[in-house]
Design a protein around this ligand. Sequence first.
Ligand SMILES: Cc1cc2nc3c(=O)[nH]c(=O)nc-3n(C[C@H](O)[C@H](O)[C@H](O)COP(=O)(O)O)c2cc1C
Length: 393
Amino acid sequence: MAADLSRVASVDAMRERARRVLPRAVFDFADGGAETETTLRRNEAAFRALSLLPRPLRGAGTRNLSRTLFGHTLSMPLVVGPTGLAGLFWPDGECEAARAASAAGVGICLSHGSACTLEHFADAGAVPRWMQVFIYTDRGFTRELAMRAKAAGYHALVLTIDNQLTGNRERDLRNGFTIPPRPGFAGLADTVTKAGWLWRMRRELRSITFANYRREGEADDIGALAGRMGALLDPGMTWRDVEWLRTVWDGPLILKGVMHPDDVEPALGAGVDGIVVSNHGGRQLDGAAASVEALPAIAKRVGGRMPVLLDGGVRRGGDILKALALGADAVLIGRPQLWGIAVAGEAGLARVLDIYRGELDRAMGLCGLSSLGEIDASILHTKPKLFREGNST
Ligand SMILES: Cc1cc2nc3c(=O)[nH]c(=O)nc-3n(C[C@H](O)[C@H](O)[C@H](O)COP(=O)(O)O)c2cc1C
């Protein structure tokens, strides 16, 4: 398998492999975005619209890609982001991902909606490991997850603020996506052609659920827990809730889903330690700007007062370089980790991380950059500008 994976040349190629091995509804669950998927496409296109101005002859014979974030030194400025139900892509998918992240020396963030419990994930030993939560209508449940994360040795809490209503993902509606998958006739015909996935997942498919939401004595099938989760979302949350969470969690608190520069001061005022510029990979508000378009104004407003991370559309090591040039300290990846896991579990994500590292290292070398500290906006030719879809970008 390892030799075979070495021929997967890019993250996009891993996506193609994932498409071939997954039932369509499962592939689309990860791949899709909200409504017209304009924001989803825009995230990637906005990176492509940025171009670089290489400056060789600066002695970049070796490159140091390491970055220290919240007290942990990562081997490159990348964190594997929170994606619900990684365990639907490969048995124990979350822990497979944890092991790949550990081996690669990068951080990983567990989703609230993981198929395993946060305690089980912690046992995989990834450092640093972050836990992602929401502000729930039942604040006691948010507190409970934070306390459980503390007890399980998580190094940061990530509060996602852009999932207060469930995004309108039309591919899931069209596919009749349910968990566990109960495909209609067309879906069934497609699923039976994905024999490898079906065989691997034969035990999980009977029991997969949102494990962190289980309650003693209550139904714990995925339908029941998905209902509970949906009912717990709170579109009425405010900055006061962030201030409250600050009093509950004493480690690094990171706000994920910041897109507006005017939210920087309230975030700092509420005592958060870092932000992720993110539109949830285009899965929530269709029509939102690309995250990399929103980044420069936010980074400027932050002015170095806290780490700024970014996710959405990072598909190349060169995209990481561009994000850092626009003021990010590091990036998160969402879908690419699921593609890697779907193809080969831990080894698949290891290959994905390897690709990012190789591409970032090469891009830095070709730009004449020896360390991340040397990256700034002067390496960009195309200054951020309005995005236009199609060839004109
Ligand atoms: C299948 C899937 C599940 C996700 N689940 C969560 C989640 O539970 N919590 C969260 O904060 N973000 C979640 N996200 C969003 C990612 O953390 C991230 O913001 C987004 O995927 C980044 O864009 P990218 O996929 O282009 O890298 C999910 C994304 C995907 C694709």
